[in-house]
Design a protein. Structure first.
Length: 462
């Protein structure tokens, strides 16, 4: 967690000074340059004393937002020569996480509990091995083996910087997954599932990407991806538009470009700042004749810290898919991950264009540190806990001219409002308890894990 300690200055009558040295403390694994690249002050910079505390705070937030540290403090001191010394103290997190993987095959906890009768057969379980800082360069390696409802193998490697002097990095990823049961259509804005003994669907996804950082907040990403989906003859008969025109196999390459401007105070649970993401994509490059689509997406989040207790936030998200043919499996939709209007957790809306707005007003009700009896004399001997009460209002719309015949909520203005409680702690843990009423007059209580104005979740279904 971020701490408020350490913003101290010993000043003389000068209005500015020059930074002589920057000293790192506590980074036993992490290379110093990974930390320095997040800072907004550097050796040799002229430091206006009136702006020093603000610059130290921004640097501290940026370093914490790498996700490599449990706590970060920044200090500056004026030495006898009149120059400044900056000291950055970090407490590194556990980087290697071999942990059991347990997840739901369904879109959210409520849908699994009430609509699928909390069947244990719909659990996904396995081993998730993550190293968040493999070589000390902030590079992440992830192996995942999943059994149960979905059988899956995944690998991901990402390195943010090729060298200490470079702002360019990259990585690769690959996935293979197969299902004995899968959703094959959407009827009355609810998923229709089909199950059989043999595997119904196989998916392969592989890609490489290059990323270039433009300062501490802006990022450009280019990707080349290969996708392959194979379904059984039965699925193609039950829904000929699943992959389009009754096909049982779909292959295509895609090229992506993404621009991200991420200037929030704390990515684990933002309270102030903004987030912008723009995505451009061409699905199908003419190598195969299966897919020919253009995709444009954008999201903007704004966070307001009114004072130490009250916080506001809102999000706008829009996505557009342009094509001559819209296979069901590649539809844009509301209802998956955090892409839904709260209060409509049990519904799915498929279409070609999507708009979503979310807004919150939050009050910090609790902020304390609990003792951990399991990890005494370690970095986890104390556990910070914060709780926020909130009111929220959402709205959304899915434009559709393909799937409307059996789905009345398509091409319909969706809206809701409600009350909630967010609980946050270490390692990006956010538990949300929400009660919402939607435009249909339905009221529900919901449990979610993760940010409600989500920006960092990989929610690509294909």
């Amino acid at each position: 967690m971020l701490t408020a300690a350490g913003l101290t200055a010993q000043t003389d009558t000068a209005a500015y000074t020059v930074i002589d040295t920057i000293i790192m403390v506590g980074n036993e694994k992490t290379k110093s340059y990974v930390i320095e690249k997040q800072m907004v002050v550097h050796t040799g910079d002229t430091l206006l004393l009136s702006e020093a505390d603000s610059l130290m705070l921004r640097s501290r937030n940026n370093i914490f937002n790498t996700g490599l540290f449990l706590s970060v403090t920044t200090n500056y001191f004026i030495n006898t020569q009149g120059t400044a010394q900056v000291i950055v103290t970090v407490d590194e997190r556990w980087f290697l996480f071999p942990k059991p993987w347990i997840d739901l095959a369904d879109r959210n906890i409520n849908y699994w509990w009430f609509e699928q009768n909390h069947s244990l057969n719909r659990l996904e379980y396995g081993l998730d091995l993550i190293h968040y800082n493999l070589t000390g360069h902030g590079d992440r390696l992830n192996f995942r083996t999943v059994l149960g409802f979905t059988q899956k193998l995944e690998v991901l490697y990402e390195r943010p910087f090729l060298s200490p002097t470079s702002e360019t990095g990259g990585g690769f990823y690959a996935m293979y997954a197969r299902n004995r049961q899968t959703f094959i259509n959407t009827i009355n804005n609810e998923q229709l599932f089909f199950e059989t003994g043999p595997f119904l669907r196989d998916r392969i996804k592989a890609g490489v990407f290059v990323r270039h950082r433009q300062g501490p907040y802006r990022l450009h990403i280019g990707q080349l991806r290969y996708n392959e989906t194979t379904i059984s003859d039965t699925v193609a008969v039950l829904n000929p538009q699943y992959l389009g025109s009754g096909k049982t196999r779909q292959q295509f390459f895609s090229v992506f470009y993404s621009f991200i401007d991420d200037k929030v105070d704390n990515r684990s649970y933002p309270l102030d700042g903004h987030f912008l993401r723009v995505d451009l994509q061409k699905r199908g490059l003419g190598i195969f004749d299966d897919v020919d689509q253009y995709y444009v997406g954008a999201q903007f989040n704004r966070y307001h810290a009114f004072n130490a207790k009250w916080y506001g936030a809102w999000m706008l998200n829009g996505r557009l898919n342009i094509a001559k043919e819209y296979p069901y499996f590649l539809a844009e939709n509301l209802g998956y991950c955090e892409n839904f209007v709260r209060g409509y957790e049990y519904y799915v809306m498929d279409g070609q264009a999507v708009g979503l707005m979310r807004s919150n007003l939050r009050f910090k009700a609790l902020d304390f540190v609990a003792e951990s009896p399991l990890f005494r004399n370690t970095s986890f001997s104390t556990v910070p806990i914060q709780a926020y009460l909130k009111v929220f209002a959402d709205a959304g719309y899915v434009a559709d001219d393909t799937f409307t015949a059996t789905n009345d909520l398509n091409n319909t203005f969706l809206y809701s409002a409600g009350l909630g409680l967010d609980v946050t702690s270490y390692y990006d843990w956010v538990f949300r308890f929400e009660g919402a009423v939607n435009a249909l007059g339905e009221f529900g209580l919901y449990l979610h894990i993760g940010l409600d104005l989500n920006t960092y979740e990989n929610c690509s279904l294909w």
